[in-house]
Design a protein around this ligand. Structure first.
Ligand code: ADP
Ligand code: MG
Length: 494
C-alpha cells in the first residue's frame, strides 16, 4: 500500500515501506535506548531517500559525515558565527542542497545555539524557496530538552523554540521534521506531540514506556514489548508507515558510521618487564607528541560556493498502483466514518459544519493522514451518504445530480440529493419532515421553505396531484418522483 522508501522487512520478510510524500506532512519520531539502532535507522532512511528529496541532518556526534562521499551531502562544521550559519542555511534552501550539519566537538551550549541558528535559517527562508526537505535531528533531546539541566537558560530557550518551529510550523514551509531520541521522557512534550509517525525501538525505563504508549494510543501493557526488541528492530505506526503497529527490522546501510559499537580486544601478550621498557625507556630523548592535527573547518565562503553547484534531487517517482491502493484504503476509511455519522440517530439534526470537528477527530484516530477532506468536501460526502447513495456514486446520472447539488448552499445539498434520489428511482416524494431532517432541523415548515427556495432557482418543480400528494420533477435531470404525502411522518432514511 505504500509509495517509496524501503525501510526493512516485517516478521514474514515482506518489505516495509515509508510513504515519503506522506512523511513530508506528518513528520516522524524515532525512540529507542542508546544502541537500539536509531542512528542506523536514520541512515537507512537517508540513504534510501537521498535521490528523491533534499535532506539536512543535525548531527551531534559527526555520525553522518560519511554520507558526503557516497551521496554528495555537503558537510558543514558548525564552528562559525550564528550569522554565518544562517546565511549558509538560506543558501541551502535556495539551492536545495543536502547537507550534514556536524556539531561534533562543540560543548552542549554551543551545540544548542548552532542548531538553533541553523534551524532558524532554514525556517526563515523566503517563500519562493519553500521546497520540501527532510530535516533530521539525531539525539533530539539535546536540542529540545524537557527539563532544565545544566545548560544556560538562554541557549535552551532559543534551541527549544527552533525545534518547536520545526515540528509545529515547519510543514507549511516545506520542512519535514524527523527526530530521534534516546529518552522520550527527556524530550519536550510539545515537540514529540507533533509527529504522527513513530518508530519505537528498545526501551527500558517505565517512564519512557508510558510516554510511548501514550503517544501510540496503546495500552501500557502492550508497550511492555518494547523492552524485548533487538537492536535494529522497531515498531512502526502512523499514516506514512502503517495504520496498525507493525514490527520492522531495519535493513542494511551502504555508508559506514564512524561511531560503531566498541569491540573487546584482549591486551597484548607481553611480560611486565617488557611493557615497562616500552613505556619508560628513553623518555628523556623523545620529543613530546604533537596533538593530532584537527581538521581545518572549511571557510564559510567556500561552503557557500559549494552549495551553489550542488545538484538538486529529482522529485519522488511514484508507483501508480501503490498510490491507487493507498488512495482506495483511505477512501474506504473516510466512507466508513461518514456512514457512522449517518447511522447515528441524532446526527441528522446536526449540520455538516457542526459535525466536522468530530469528523476530524475520527480521521485522526483512524490515522487518515494529512489528506483529510476539507469542510466543503465533507459536506458533499455527508450529503451523498445521507441520500443513501454511497454505493452508487459512479452512476452517470447521479454524478450530474451531485454536480447540480454543488451549486446550492452547502447545507442544502443533502436535501436536494434526497429528493433527486427519489426522482431517479421513481420513489414517492419525501415528506416535509424528512426534508427538514436532512437539513438538520426538526421543523416541517423548514422542509416546505427549502422546496420553495430550490424551485425559485430552477433546480426542481413541485406539483400536487388531485389528492394533494406532492410530485417533484427535475427538468435538467429528466427525473420525476412518484406522488408522496408531504405531511407523512418521517421514518429514518433507509
Ligand atoms: N538494523 C541493523 N542492522 C545491523 N546492525 C545494526 C542495525 N541497527 C543498529 N546496528 C548496529 O548496532 C549498533 C548501535 O546502533 P546505533 O544506530 O548507533 O544505535 P543508537 O543510535 O540507537 O545508539 C551499531 O554498531 C550499528 O551498526
Ligand atoms: Mg545514535
Amino acid at each position: 500500500m505504500k509509495i517509496g522508501i524501503d525501510l526493512g522487512t516485517n516478521t514474514t520478510g515482506q518489505p516495509v515501506r515509508l510513504d515519503l510524500e506522506e512523511l513530508l506532512s506528518t513528520r516522524l519520531l524515532v525512540q529507542g535506548n542508546s544502541g537500539s539502532g536509531k542512528s542506523h535507522l536514520l541512515r537507512r532512511l537517508l540513504e534510501q531517500s537521498a535521490g528523491h528529496v533534499q535532506q539536512a541532518i543535525i548531527d551531534p556526534e559527526g555520525d553522518f559525515v560519511g554520507l558526503a562521499e557516497r551521496y554528495g551531502h555537503v558537510v558543514i562544521d558548525a564552528e562559525r558565527t550564528a550569522g554565518e550559519i544562517q546565511r549558509i542555511a538560506a543558501r541551502i534552501r535556495r539551492h536545495r542542497a543536502s547537507v550534514v550539519f556536524n556539531l561534533e566537538g562543540l560543548d552542549a551550549d554551543a551545540q544548542m545555539r548552532s542548531a538553533a541558528a541553523f534551524l532558524n535559517g532554514l525556517f526563515d527562508a523566503e517563500r519562493e524557496y519553500w521546497f520540501p526537505m527532510l530535516v533530521i535531528v539525531d539525539e533530539a533531546q539535546l536540542f529540545a530538552p524537557s527539563g532544565a539541566g545544566e545548560i544556560s537558560d538562554e541557549a535552551r530557550r532559543i534551541s527549544l523554540s527552533a525545534m518547536t518551529n520545526l515540528m509545529c510550523r515547519g510543514r507549511k514551509r516545506g520542512l519535514a521534521g524527523v527526530i530521534a531520541t534516546q529518552r522520550l521522557a527527556k524530550l519536550a512534550k510539545n515537540v514529540a506531540a507533533e509527529a504522527s509517525n513513530f518508530l519505537m525501538g528498545r526501551t527500558f525505563l517505565d517512564i519512557d514506556m508510558a510516554r510511548a504508549a501514550d503517544l501510540l494510543g496503546m495500552e501500557k501493557r502492550q508497550a511492555e514489548s518494547f523492552r524485548d526488541l533487538n537492536t535494529g528492530s522497531f515498531v512502526a505506526l502512523g499514516p506514512a508507515l502503517s495504520r496498525r503497529p507493525l514490527p520492522v527490522k531495519i535493513g542494511v546501510v551502504e555508508t559506514a558510521s564512524r561511531n560503531g559499537r566498541p569491540e573487546l580486544m584482549p591486551p597484548p601478550e607481553m611480560g611486565t618487564a617488557e611493557l615497562q621498557d616500552l613505556i619508560f625507556d628513553d623518555l628523556g630523548g623523545e620529543p613530546a607528541p604533537m596533538p593530532a592535527p584537527r581538521l581545518q573547518p572549511r571557510a564559510t565562503d567556500d561552503i557557500l560556493d559549494t552549495l551553489e553547484v550542488t545538484p538538486a534531487p529529482v522529485p519522488v517517482p511514484v508507483d501508480p498502483e501503490a498510490v491507487a491502493a493507498f488512495e482506495a484504503e483511505r477512501e474506504a476509511l473516510i466512507e466508513e466514518i461518514i456512514r457512522q455519522f449517518v447511522a447515528d440517530p441524532e446526527a441528522p439534526f446536526r449540520s455538516a459544519a457542526a459535525l466536522y470537528p468530530d469528523f476530524l477527530v475520527h480521521c485522526r484516530v483512524r490515522r487518515i493522514g494529512s489528506r483529510v477532506p476539507d469542510l466543503a468536501d465533507f459536506t458533499r460526502r455527508l450529503a451523498i451518504a445521507r441520500a443513501g447513495m454511497d454505493g452508487r456514486m459512479e452512476d452517470e446520472g447521479w454524478q450530474r445530480a451531485v454536480e447540480q447539488a454543488s451549486r446550492l448552499p452547502e447545507e442544502m445539498q443533502g436535501v436536494f440529493l434526497l429528493l433527486a434520489r427519489a426522482g431517479m428511482e421513481g420513489a414517492p416524494s419525501p415528506a416535509d419532515e424528512a426534508l427538514a431532517r436532512a437539513y438538520g432541523s426538526r421543523s416541517p415548515s423548514r422542509g416546505r421553505w427549502l422546496l420553495t427556495y430550490m424551485e425559485e432557482r430552477g433546480h426542481l418543480v413541485c406539483e400536487a396531484d388531485f389528492r394533494g400528494r406532492r410530485v417533484v420533477r427535475f427538468p435538467t435531470l429528466g427525473w420525476k418522483t412518484a406522488p408522496g404525502d408531504p405531511k407523512a411522518a418521517a421514518g429514518l432514511a433507509s
